[in-house]
Design a protein around this ligand. Sequence first.
Ligand code: ZN
Ligand code: ZN
Length: 365
Amino acid sequence: MEVGGRLGRLRGRLAEAGCDALLVTSLHNIRYLTGFTGSSAMLLVTGGSALLTTDGRYREQSGEQLAAAGVDVDVEIGRPPEQLESLDRATKGIARVGAEQESVSWGGVRRFQEALGQLAGSAGELVPTRGLVEGLRLVKDEGELARIEAAADVADVALAQVKERLREGLTEAQFALELDYEMRRRGADDVSFETIVASGPNGAMPHARPGDRRIEEGETIVIDFGALVDGYHSDMTRTLSVGPVTDPRLTDLLDAVLIAQRAGVRAVKAGVEAVDVDRACRLSLEADGFDELFVHGTGHGVGLEIHEAPALGQGSADILEEGSVVTVEPGAYLPGVGGVRIEDTLVVTANGARLLTKSTKDTTL
Ligand code: ZN
Ligand code: ZN
């Protein structure tokens, strides 16, 4: 990963965001800019310098990680009031300090305003910013792509390894645990998010939590999961069945969602509007009469966060960029009966997309 150049690129975006410096409070953004992975920190990026403040737990770790990332960032260690004093000193003479409106709390803004009181009193101000660092994160570098691909591989291999166990009459929660354990055993640092295993009628709830229900033959089982590797996520969904799916309504949904998912993947290409990928899935399901059953967006960006920009849904204004990583995950849900969803993670390329999820889309075990 080339962490070193990111601060410079951020500085290039400050002016158009209407600020002279940025106070970064999102820990994902701090990690992206500096390599620091601690659970508490603030980062002030000015035109010519950068200051990371954190507490005593991270004295050694912050030094080591910033050095390893090769970034030119000063570090101040202290309790929260001391950190604010450091930031106050570092913002002297700066007219407009941006604060990340999506990550800072109301209380946080008040504390900054108090601490930076002198600043505010001398014609300086705190200005809300949105998506400044996230905009940089939109296009992944080689190191980031390698990590997401490694996470996708771990998830693929883990599913292939454990899916036969669906025959054993396990509960949803038991199967989810098997899958999670297999991902960890194969190198995942953690799961990407709480694994979804939704069988039978539970599958009609797109974000059902795995419970005590026993998995039975002939029903659809929606399995949505991913692995975390060195801070980067993967995300995939497969709909499986022990033996052929018995309800003809669900076999129709399976065929329709598979076709819609392919249509969505085909629509992905650098330069296209994200909303067109969503439209491709929706039109495909509409042709089969199932668009009313598709109750969520088509996909999302994946990286340091499981859900990040761009958004692939109705109303999205995002344009797909080469090097972005996105999901395509149409689904259809019949309340009381069952659900179907198929999701791949893919890299946007100049000519289309490169699939990172490689598992078969065959349903029947
Ligand atoms: Zn998913
Ligand atoms: Zn997803």
